[in-house]
Design a binder for this molecule. Structure first.
Ligand SMILES: Nc1nc2c(ncn2[C@@H]2O[C@H](COP(=O)(O)OP(=O)(O)OP(=O)(O)O)[C@@H](O)[C@H]2O)c(=O)[nH]1
Ligand SMILES: [Mg+2]
Length: 212
């Protein structure tokens, strides 16, 4: 029997997904540079660093400029990849970190979304890649480029916890040394525990697990 022909719609969707992936990859490379060396040091918890504070207008004195801290462009950068299934709360997390109110309803991220947070010593770039199924394929391309992975889990979405677990473990297989923070989101709506369903032991040192 002759093999079935792929419909033009399937071909077009496949082509669009491939183009989107390539664009994502090029943008990422342009944005963060190629082959970053991970600068993780367990004793150096840079995310606890004091946020940069801009001076109040009446505090500003031009004579202080010589003693000023390095300009933002001179600061070292840290890259944080924020992944998780669609609807787990990645965009909301980034918005809240950037001091913006959460959006009403779920507006899927069809590519990526980023926030830059200055701290006293570093600039931290957080990059979300959308969690819909056709974008998950590209996640693994980025894990070796970042300093930390934040993996967002919707604690209330119990039916999809095994999928979340599977996706997380695929990423960890790709880079076993990657520092990971698992955020158990939407806990108010969840019933029961969450860490074990995603396959991580809360007692294992070296894998930070955050909970919201
Ligand atoms: N109750 C509750 N709802 C949340 C929380 N965080 C996000 N949401 C809601 O969950 C829905 C999805 O949130 P998003 O931040 O868009 O999810 P996402 O992970 O970025 O989804 P994709 O971009 O599709 O991968 C939205 O309706 C949010 O308002 C939370 O902590 N608690
Ligand atoms: Mg999103």
């Amino acid at each position: 029997m002759a093999p079935r022909q792929l419909s033009p719609l399937v071909l077009a969707l496949g082509g669009a997904a491939a183009v989107l992936g390539s664009v994502l990859f090029i943008l990422w490379k342009t944005y963060f540079g190629r082959g970053r060396e991970r600068r993780w040091d367990g004793g150096e918890a840079w995310w606890g660093a004091e946020p940069a504070r801009l001076p109040e207008w009446d505090e500003w004195d031009p004579e202080d400029e010589e003693n000023e801290e390095p300009a933002l462009e001179e600061l070292e950068q840290r890259e944080v990849l924020v992944l998780g299934l669609d609807g787990s709360g990645k965009s909301t997390f980034l918005r809240v970190l950037a001091g913006k109110p959460p959006l009403e309803g779920h507006i899927p991220t069809w590519g990526f979304n980023s926030v830059r947070l200055p701290t006293k010593d570093f600039e931290v770039d957080l990059l979300e890649i959308g969690g819909s199924q056709n974008l998950r394929f590209y996640w693994k391309e980025f894990v070796n480029e970042v300093d930390v992975l934040v993996f967002m889990v919707d604690s209330a979405d119990r039916l999809r916890l095994p999928w979340a677990r599977q996706e997380l473990h695929k990423l960890l297989d790709k880079d076993p040394d990657l520092p990971v923070v698992v955020v158990a989101n939407k806990q108010v709506r969840a019933v029961g525990g969450w860490l074990r369903p995603v396959g991580l032991d809360p007692q294992v040192p070296g894998r930070g697990q955050g909970a919201q």
